[in-house]
Design a protein around this ligand. Structure first.
Ligand code: ADP
Length: 629
């Protein structure tokens, strides 16, 4: 028999496929089942107008037959079949959507995991089979044909015996190697698993003969072999069911099975959308962050189905980074099964779906915040940081969307563990209050203990306690909330003083100009200025900063692995009411050397109050002792 050559492109593709190091070889089954289902669709459609077909909806099926002795796996359907020309056209050339995208990409290297993500239909069979035999009889034809190929060398076509219309594909599996156990595709559990995973929702039954040893009727010791035909797919996807048909338990079970999480999810979001784009979505908010969530190994994404067939396990484009914790799936009739990853990224439908999902996730979270604070707090503890990064990232592009989902610790909460939203803060603001105050530090206790925080609280204003690295960056990105500006208690003018107070302070500052110059000189450029401040109530000294960069932000940035060090514009602030100030004034005329030492000591104290390291603890300790004796 004449051996025919594959077309050049197909050959290249096949070659790639066969030598693919791709680990998801298992998708071949999904591809073949999906082809079978399409073929049945065609004949079923035909049967609606053509009595000659002689079949009704329930007569159609796909059958999987593993044969361990022969090492073959056979996929049979009673769909429309193929004529000789169709065989030639369809299986001799790769000319279909998925494969065309593949060609246009023109990067046929091992790293193109398009094979795994989308499969390229029929050819994926060669990832697991050394020989593929297709026997098919087209509807309306008397002759059946057999197509056979062992891969790149080419293929043969001949007539064959086949009584029923439809197609049978026999895969002779590759020999097992140390790394690949192809024989596992003959195991019942593995086939079940693959069908559940990829093809559960195929609208026609996928059947398999199951052989079981059963006790003989009436006997307690004797067994007999029984063969049952079982349907392995559920045919209706859970997400296409009506919400009121489903219980919380259904949702939770599905989640655990599908996403391998033993903890119940916090929330499920089940939607059907019809309009510019049609899709069903079933999303979950997990209760806990997966162990790798905050590492770069974590891959965000939703499962993507095109008309019930899974085409991608983790479609990242469906989820914005700030909602990367969401698990779930989307099924749309508007997507093509063989769309490539490249094309998907630019797919208008997909973008619309992603936008609408984002909105719905946001709304559900906002609803949860309103209706179940405890649960929301649980959510917040697991994923809040992600939302704060979301506010900060992309130059604040998503801040409007996210700002009402944010929570912070605050002096307005009953305890240190409590959280407040910005909206709640604003409702508690006093009439004369201009700013939303915040203090930043490692812990609530640290923030609350900052001298400036104490002062603001004493004036009757609430202070947010920003304890996470990203907090202040997010807050600065927000700039304002409900037209109220944010104000770091440790920086700049807190807006707490009357004009008279301000003028009085300015005068005092001017009078002490020489003192401050002397101190600054002694501090050798460590501070940009020394000045008096009304920020301090009982304390003698504190460190504040001028400009955008706060001391807390300096700390955060300097722990980042970029190597670049930044420094906030430090200002040493003194309390004019504190006796230390009087001492300093006295030393300016009496003992400049001592003044220098005191300046240094005060600066180091201020560092400690801020939770920053002192430069030389040994020298500091020695200086204190010297002053004591
Ligand atoms: P695609 O499914 O993207 O079109 P495939 O390589 O999987 O690409 O299949 C090529 C073509 O072969 C299909 O479009 C279909 O016309 C035909 N085909 C494949 N499998 C079957 C089948 N089981 N029954 C009938 N036709 C089939």
């Amino acid at each position: 028999m004449e051996q025919k050559q594959f077309q050049a492109e197909s050959k290249r593709m096949l070659d790639l496929m066969i030598h693919s190091i791709y680990t998801h070889k298992e998708i071949f089954l999904r591809e073949l089942i999906s082809n079978a289902s399409d073929a049945i669709d065609k004949l079923y459609f035909r049967s609606l107008t053509d009595d000659q077909v002689g079949k009704s909806r329930d007569d159609f099926y796909i059958e999987i037959t593993p044969d361990k002795e022969k090492r073959t796996l056979t996929i049979t359907d009673n769909g429309i079949g193929m004529t000789a020309e169709e065989l030639e056209q369809n299986l001799g050339v790769i000319a279909h959507s998925g494969s065309r995208a593949f060609k246009s990409e023109n990067t046929l290297d091992e790293n193109t995991d398009i094979i795994g993500q989308f499969g390229v239909g029929f050819y994926s069979a060669f990832m697991v089979a050394k020989r593929v035999t297709v026997r098919t009889k087209a509807y309306g034809s008397d002759t059946a044909y057999e197509w056979q190929s062992e891969g790149v060398e080419g293929y043969t076509v001949d007539t064959c015996e086949k009584s029923d219309v439809g197609t049978e594909i026999v895969l002779e599996l590759l020999d097992d190697t140390d790394d690949e156990k192809y024989s596992e595709f003959l195991e019942e559990f593995r086939i079940r698993q693959l069908i559940k995973k990829y093809s559960d929702y195929i609208r026609f039954p996928i059947r398999m003969e199951i052989t079981r040893e059963k006790l003989k009727e009436g006997s307690e010791t004797e067994y007999e072999t029984s063969i049952d035909v079982e349907t392995l797919n559920s045919m209706t996807p859970m997400w296409k069911k009506n919400r009121n048909e489903l219980t919380d338990e259904d949702y939770n079970n599905f989640y655990r099975e599908k996403f391998f999480d033993y903890t119940e999810p916090l929330l499920h979001i089940h939607n059907r959308s019809e309009g510019t784009v049609t899709y069903n979505s079933l999303l979950y908010i997990p209760a806990k962050a997966p162990y790798d969530f905050y590492t770069k190994d974590y891959e965000k994404g939703l499962q993507l189905f095109a008309s019930g067939v899974m085409i991608m396990d983790k479609c990242a484009d469906l989820l914005p980074d700030h909602f990367s914790f969401v698990r779930g799936l989307v099924d749309s009739e508007d997507l093509s099964l063989n769309i490539s990853r490249e094309m998907l990224q630019h797919d208008r439908q997909l973008k619309l779906i992603a936008k609408s999902l984002e909105k719905s996730i946001k709304n559900e979270l906002a609803k949860l915040l309103k209706t179940d604070r405890e649960k929301y707090t649980e959510f917040w503890k697991a994923f809040g940081i992600q939302l704060k990064f979301g506010v900060y990232n992309n130059f604040g592009a998503n801040k409007e969307l996210l700002q009402d989902l944010l929570m912070f610790h605050s002096s307005g909460c009953d305890d240190a563990e409590g959280f407040t939203t910005l909206a709640e803060y604003v409702t508690r603001m006093r009439e004369d209050q201009k700013y939303i105050y915040y203090a930043a530090g490692e812990t609530v206790t640290r923030c609350a203990g900052l001298p400036a925080a104490e002062l603001v609280r004493d004036k009757g204003y609430e202070v947010l306690y920003l304890t996470e690295n990203v907090d202040e960056f997010a807050i600065q990105m927000l700039m304002k909330y409900q037209d109220k500006e944010f104000k770091n208690v440790s920086a700049g003018d807190l807006g707490l003083e009357s004009e008279e107070d301000k003028t009085a302070l300015e005068e005092k500052n001017a009078a002490a100009k020489d003192l401050f110059e002397e101190m600054q000189k002694a501090l050798e450029g460590k501070v940009k200025a020394v000045r008096l401040s009304n920020r301090l109530k009982n304390h003698a000294v504190c460190l504040s900063s001028d400009g955008q960069l706060s001391l807390e932000m300096e700390k955060v940035l300097n722990t980042m692995p970029t190597g670049q060090k930044v420094q906030a514009e430090r200002v040493l602030e003194l309390n004019p009411e504190h006796p230390v100030f009087a001492t300093l004034e006295r030393l300016l005329s009496e003992d400049k050397e001592k003044l220098g030492k005191y300046a240094d000591l005060l600066y180091q104290q201020a560092l400690l109050i801020e939770g920053m390291p002192v430069e030389d603890p040994v020298a500091l300790s020695k200086m204190i002792c010297d002053l004591m004796v």
